[in-house]
Design a protein around this ligand. Structure first.
Ligand SMILES: [Ca+2]
Length: 309
């Protein structure tokens, strides 16, 4: 472990706030990734989502993950911003997703240094850049004897590896919706958001311990609110116009990565299933992300039935 390790040729200088990385390397990684997408796209059968709460599994490192079935869903919102349109059908393969945002306690077991503004073992990590989040994914993979997904020189994600990575944007929205089709994954709309999320109206200006609110129908906590969550995808405002139907993996190029779910300081509109935005990935400008940005991990469910129990 390395206290200053932000990963991917990220170099934190003395002040701990400036980083550098090769933009060309990032773009090369994206080009390689595109080839991987073209060669990939295999499905694990035409499983249909639904049929009760998915199975919760505790991993070797003691993290609760939820096994989400493969399935089709309608991604985006006809009522949202232009970047959320058009609504389009998307297939995602089965995957395992963290039941909670990554906490400071979990992060601290694997990666030295805690950049979070609001400190507490059960609080979600924040001020964590995309690059640092991906390094955590790699460290957790190694701790569980799994293959690291991220090339720490190029930021390329190997989707064929069996370890942890950040969710694709499609996986994140699929998990957030949990089989629902509305603006929020519960009855009552924005008026009921306070039951499920820490947002500007109830968070009192800070993050809160994970799982303090009700889970979504698939047993995932804090998908909306608390900290906004990094996705693996580069952010493309027009990406939905070109997104493939099966396992989309984001824009080919982009200096920002996708954030989802809204946060403790977000208005209800930013805490919708389909709301999307991009923010600086932390490669070039700053080691620390904002104090409302965190993450959770996923891994492919292929071949995990016996190994994860
Ligand atoms: Ca969240």
């Amino acid at each position: 472990m390395d206290a200053d390790r932000g990963g991917f040729a990220v170099r934190c200088l003395v002040s701990g706030v400036m980083c550098q990385v090769s933009r060309a390397a990032c773009h090369r990684a994206r080009a390689v990734l595109l080839v991987a997408v073209m060669l990939g796209g295999q499905a694990f059968g035409e499983e249909v989502a639904g049929g009760g709460a998915p199975e919760v599994i505790k991993t070797k490192s003691g993290v609760e993950v939820v096994r989400l079935p493969a399935g089709w869903f309608e991604m985006g919102s006809a009522k949202g911003a232009a970047a959320e349109k058009p609504v389009h059908k998307v297939w995602v393969d089965a995957f395992l997703m963290d039941r909670y945002e990554v906490t400071q306690e979990l992060y601290g077991k694997l990666v030295l240094g805690n950049p979070s503004h609001f400190k507490g073992p059960n609080l979600p990590m924040e001020q964590v850049s995309w690059a640092r989040a991906a390094v955590y994914c790699n460290e957790r993979s190694r701790a569980e004897g799994l293959q690291a997904c991220y090339d720490e020189d190029t930021a390329e994600c190997n989707f064929g590896a069996n370890g942890y990575r950040l969710p694709t944007e499609a996986e994140w929205e699929y998990a957030c919706r949990a089989g629902t089709k509305g603006q929020y994954p519960f009855e009552g709309g924005a008026a009921k958001l306070h039951d499920y999320a820490w947002c500007a109206a109830n968070a009192v200006g800070t993050t809160h311990p994970v799982a303090g609110k009700k889970p979504n129908p698939w047993g995932l906590f804090d998908m909306l609110g608390n900290v906004a969550e990094w996705c693996n995808d580069a952010y493309g405002e027009d990406y939905y116009h070109e997104s493939p139907a099966r396992n989309p993996r984001g824009a080919e190029f982009g200096d920002n990565h996708v954030l989802r779910g809204g946060s403790w300081n977000a208005e209800p509109d930013a805490c919708r299933c389909a709301y999307r935005l991009g923010d600086d990935s932390g490669f070039q400008d700053a080691c620390y992300a904002k104090d409302d940005i965190g993450f959770r991990c996923v891994r492919s469910a292929a071949g995990t039935a016996a190994a994860s129990r």
